[in-house]
Write a protein that binds this ligand. Sequence first.
Ligand code: SAH
Ligand code: SF4
Ligand code: F3S
Length: 438
Amino acid sequence: MAKYKIFTFGCQMNVHDSEVIAGLLRQLGYEEADDLTEANLLIFNTCCVRENPERKVFGRVGNLQRLKEENPKLIIAICGCMVQQPEQLERIRKELPHVNLVFGTHNIHRLPELLAQVKDTGEQLFEVWDTEGSIVEGLPAARLDGLKAFVNVIYGCTNFCTYCIVPYVRGQERSRKPKAIRREIEGLAAQGYKEVTLLGQNVNAYGKDLDEAVTFADLLRMLDGTGGIERIRFTTSHPRDMSDDLIGAMGDLDTVCEHLHLPLQAGSNRILNRMNRGYTKEQYISLVDRIRKRIPHIALTTDLIVGFPGETEEDFEQTLQVVEEIGPDSAFTFIYSPRPGTVAAKMEDQVPEEVKRDRIYRLIELQNRLSLQRNHSLVGSIQEVLIEGPSQTDPGKYTGRTRGNKLVIFTGPADRGLLMPIRITEAQTWSLHGELMP
Ligand code: SAH
Ligand code: SF4
Ligand code: F3S
């Protein structure tokens, strides 16, 4: 029996691409391998948003030379965002000669043909498209969870934030047709899925490239409750494109969760401008005010970068101030990582590593304090929790997520897939504790 193992790096887009890859492989008769040694096919689905995940892939695949010598029939493939960069492709050719197949983000659907070709010829095959084709609908996706699913709504990104590699490796913004999205969610609901997360690098740009006049807010209105689906989330929203209509739709629609991921990136207008983000800190703060007025219990999460080129101590302190003022429920915090080919990588005033490290520690300390405060404010409240099942870490307890996407650990028992009211009794930085309501 042919067996595969996929190693996924990066964001939810990549996680979902790996589900599609697994779906294609299952159609070819492959099964998932329990471990590396019993697999005949290893796939590394890569990310290049920062240097670290790239370094890991070269390390991990480099270490497979021995395994490959012991098992010459083993097929090693690399795909994903990293291989969309010509210089990394060159590096793979030079440093990883034992890799059999490389394919990119735009030709995943070609995997069956590419695999057949590698098997037939025994030769190394690199197929990376530098521009996106049209969207391929109807690909299978082997989702493992059974409860919560990722659904793409828009591919690519055309924002060109100056630090970011994504527009170069994921192509132009391309929206799926509302009908195709609806059909996919109907199918998921019929299979028993309770929650979908709509995916895009900038979901707010949804529909701009379509012939029919449809916005992301319209899409949410079309999808609300589709097929009996209980919860809808989406990520990521760009603050510049967050319309009042969308805020209203989030507030109005029952199945759309009170949860918004709204990356701030930096709190200094000078840095935001150099990042090409298209908003000021004042605009971001007033946007959050409007959102909180309309949806009082919204959980707000964000992304923050420290050490962008030219960031002074004063700039960084403004990030701390804005974060303190907003009080996000949680934040992903990143050290700026220069990405070859982006505008910011060529800026002269790069910030020294030790300064970046000092700043990220200070930022994380602040965010942890704010997360704990936000979670404390929920103690005593009753939250609707989608039950995931027995806890892996707290024996005898159960876990699930609130509509705000917060992890709750509670005394059960309760069946996976149910939506239950849980009274919150205790708060920690990363989780809530509670008890099932009688
Ligand atoms: N489209 C999404 C996700 C982009 S990648 C968005 O716009 O939010 C996720 C996060 O990685 C970004 O929000 C940003 O905070 C961070 N990031 C992107 N490029 C980076 C870089 N070169 N160095 C450090 N962090 C980066
Ligand atoms: Fe990158 Fe900016 Fe696009 Fe997000 S919006 S993917 S940060 S270019
Ligand atoms: Fe990484 Fe590609 Fe996502 S670069 S963050 S996997 S879009």
